[in-house]
Design a protein around this ligand. Structure first.
Ligand SMILES: Cc1cc2nc3c(=O)[nH]c(=O)nc-3n(C[C@H](O)[C@H](O)[C@H](O)COP(=O)(O)O)c2cc1C
Length: 534
C-alpha cells in the first residue's frame, strides 16, 4: 500500500501540521510512506493555457517537479494533504499544486451526482480506489468554523465527504518543546486515529477526543498573545527579551483550579542574565510582575539556560535541583506541586505499572502492629489474630499493588505468630519481630528503593520520583532512622521482658515520636537541600 504525503506547509519539516501527519502515519503502521515537501519543490503556477487538454493531452506544458508529482499521485493508494490553514484556506504552494493537477482530468463537461456544485470533469485516470486524508493545524484556539473554504474545495476535488479530515486549533503549540506533555498526548490520539483509519474508519470516540482543545480558550489566547513579545500599542517599538516572553508564557500555564485559598508570589531570578520576574498566583489567574516587586513567597535562583532546559524537558527539574543547578528558598510546597499549579499533571503518574491502586503502608504495618499490641496483654494463643491478618493481607489489599515489603512483612508476621502459638512463648518472638522489622528497613537502604519510598513515591510523580535526589536522600535517611529505632525497640523489649507496663508505654511513645519527626523531616530536609545546602 503506497502512502503519499503532500506537505503543503511553507515551513517544510518544521511544520506543526506534519507532526500530526507523522503521528497518523505511525498509527497506520503499514510501512513506508513518501513525502513531497512542496516548500522544496519547483512548482510554477498554472498558466491557464489548457495546453494539457488540447495540445499535449494529459501533459503540462510547464516542465518542473509537477511532472513527477502527477505520476506519484496516480500510483498512490492513500494521499494525505498536510498543511496549515492560511487565510481560512490552503497555503499558496498547495493551491499551486492543486491547480497543476488539471492534466489529470478530461476537458469534457460532466454532471455531478453528489450534489456538489454545478459540474465537473471526469478523471483521466481511475482514482476511484484511493483514500484521501486532510490533516491541518491552524492558529486560532479551535479549528471549528475555520475550514469551510477548505472543505468546500475538497468536496469538489474528492467528492462530498469522500475524505477523512483532522483539523486542529492551537497549532503553534506543537512547536513549543515546553508543552510536549500536552501536545504528545494529542499526537497519541492522532496515532490512534491513524490505526482506526487503516482498519476501516476513525471511531466516534476518537473523533471526540481529537476535537478536545489542548488548552482552554482563555489560557491559550493569553499564552499566544504573550509569545509575540510586542505590545498592543502600535507606536511602541519595544520588543520583550526571550526570558520575559518565556516567563510570561509560563505564567499563562497557571491552573487556577489549583488555588488553595492562599495567594503565592513566585519570584524567578535568572542569575546568568540578571533578570527578575514575579508571578502572583491568584484565585482568578496570574499577574506577571516585572517591576515594583512584591514580597515573594518562593524564590527560584537559576540560570535562564537551566530553567529553559527544564521547561523543554531536556533536564529533569528535581534532578537539576538535587545537583544544585538552581536553588529554591521560601515555600517549597510550590515546587513539590509544580505540575498541579502549572498545568502539566500527568494522570498516569498516580497509577502503578500494573494499573492497580498504589500500595499503602498500612498493609505492611497492620500484621506487625496487631502482633505487638496483642502479645504483651493476651496469651500466646491469641497470636492466631495477627496470623490470620497476615494471611489475609493479599485479600484485604486486592485492589492495591503489594510491595516486596508487604509480602515480607505478611510472611514474617505469620511465621512468628505461628511460632508463638506453637511454643507458647510471647517474649522471644516479640524481640525477634522487632529485629526482623528493623532489619528490613535497614536492608532497604542498600537497595534502589528505600522502604518508605516504595509507598510515598506515588505522591511525588510515581517512578520518576526515584530519580529525584531530594526525594531519595530524604527517604534513605528516614528508612535508616526507622530501622535503627526498631533495633533499639528489640533491645528494649528484651531488657524489659519483665516490665510489661513500662515497655508498653515506650513501644507507643518512641514510634509516635519518630512519626512526628518524619512529618517534620520530609518537609524540612528537601527544602533545606533546595536552598543550596549540601
Ligand atoms: C499567512 C498566514 C495565514 C494564516 N491564516 C490563518 C487563518 O486563517 N486561521 C488560523 O486559524 N490560522 C492561520 N494561520 C496560522 C497557521 O495556520 C498556524 O500557525 C499553523 O499551525 C501553521 O502550521 P504549519 O506549521 O504546519 O505551517 C496563518 C498563518 C500564516 C503565516
Amino acid at each position: 500500500m503506497k502512502i503519499l504525503i503532500i506537505n503543503g506547509s511553507p515551513k517544510g519539516d518544521r511544520s506543526n501540521s506534519i507532526k500530526l501527519t507523522e503521528a497518523f502515519v505511525k498509527g497506520m503502521n503499514i510501512g513506508e510512506s513518501e513525502t513531497i515537501d512542496l516548500s522544496k519543490q519547483d512548482i510554477k503556477p498554472c498558466k491557464g493555457c489548457f495546453g494539457c487538454w488540447k495540445v499535449t493531452p494529459g501533459k503540462c506544458v510547464i516542465k518542473d517537479d509537477m511532472t513527477a508529482n502527477l505520476k506519484k499521485l496516480i500510483a498512490a493508494d492513500i494521499i494525505i494533504f498536510s498543511f496549515p490553514l492560511y487565510y481560512f484556506s490552503v497555503p499558496g504552494i498547495l493551491k499551486n499544486f492543486i491547480d497543476r493537477q488539471l492534466p489529470m482530468v478530461l476537458p469534457f463537461m460532466e454532471d455531478r451526482t453528489d450534489g456538489v456544485g454545478s459540474g465537473s470533469h471526469a478523471g483521466r485516470y481511475d482514482m476511484s480506489g484511493k483514500r484521501f486524508v486532510l490533516i491541518s493545524t491552524c492558529g486560532f484556539y479551535s479549528a471549528q468554523g475555520n475550514y469551510d473554504a477548505v472543505c468546500g474545495m475538497f468536496d469538489h476535488i474528492c467528492g462530498k465527504d469522500n475524505y477523512e479530515k483532522i483539523f486542529c486549533g492551537q497549532g503553534e503549540l506543537f512547536a513549543i518543546d515546553a508543552l510536549k506533555t500536552q501536545t504528545s498526548a494529542y499526537l497519541d490520539t492522532v496515532s490512534k486515529a491513524g490505526a482506526e483509519f487503516i482498519h476501516g474508519g476513525i471511531s466516534k470516540d476518537t473523533r471526540a477526543e481529537l476535537s478536545h482543545l489542548l488548552f482552554p480558550k482563555e489560557q491559550f489566547e493569553a499564552m499566544a498573545d504573550a509569545s509575540w513579545g510586542v505590545s498592543r500599542d502600535e507606536n511602541s517599538t519595544e520588543k520583550a527579551d526571550e526570558s520575559h516572553i518565556f516567563t510570561k508564557q509560563m505564567a499563562t500555564l497557571y491552573n487556577k483550579n489549583s488555588f488553595d485559598g492562599q495567594e503565592r508570589v513566585l519570584e524567578i531570578h535568572y542569575t546568568d542574565i540578571d533578570k527578575k520576574y514575579q508571578i502572583r498566583m491568584m484565585k482568578d489567574g496570574t499577574e506577571f510582575i516585572t517591576e515594583n516587586f512584591s514580597e515573594p513567597t518562593t524564590i527560584i535562583e537559576t540560570p535562564f539556560t537551566v530553567w529553559k532546559d527544564i521547561a523543554e524537558g531536556k533536564e529533569n527539574g528535581a534532578v537539576a535541583l538535587g545537583k544544585h543547578l538552581y536553588t529554591v528558598n521560601g515555600d517549597f510546597s510550590l515546587m513539590v506541586n509544580w505540575d498541579k499549579y502549572f498545568g502539566a499533571e500527568k494522570p498516569a503518574d498516580k497509577n502503578t505499572v500494573s494499573g492497580k491502586k498504589p500500595p499503602v503502608m498500612t498493609s505492611m504495618l497492620v500484621p506487625w502492629c496487631v502482633f505487638w499490641t496483642i502479645m504483651p496483654f493476651l496469651g500466646a494463643s491469641w497470636a492466631i489474630i495477627p496470623l490470620m491478618i497476615a494471611a489475609l493481607t493479599p485479600v484485604f489489599m486486592i485492589k492495591h499493588e503489594l510491595t516486596i515489603y508487604d509480602r515480607l512483612s505478611a510472611g514474617a508476621a505469620a511465621i512468628l505468630s505461628a511460632l508463638t502459638i506453637i511454643t507458647g512463648d510471647t517474649a522471644m518472638p516479640r524481640v525477634i519481630s522487632y529485629i526482623i522489622f528493623g532489619t528490613m528497613w535497614l536492608i532497604s537502604c542498600c537497595t534502589k528503593e528505600p522502604l518508605c519510598a516504595a509507598y510515598v513515591k506515588y505522591n511525588y510523580g510515581g517512578e520518576s520520583a526515584l530519580s529525584n535526589p531530594l526525594f531519595m536522600k530524604t527517604n534513605y535517611i528516614l528508612a535508616a532512622a526507622w530501622g535503627g529505632l526498631y533495633l533499639i525497640m528489640a533491645a528494649i523489649s528484651w531488657a524489659l521482658t519483665d516490665h510489661a507496663a513500662i515497655f508498653s508505654v515506650l513501644s507507643s511513645v518512641l514510634p509516635a515520636a519518630m512519626g512526628a519527626f518524619t512529618v517534620f523531616f520530609e518537609k524540612w530536609y528537601p527544602q533545606h537541600l533546595a536552598s543550596g545546602a549540601h
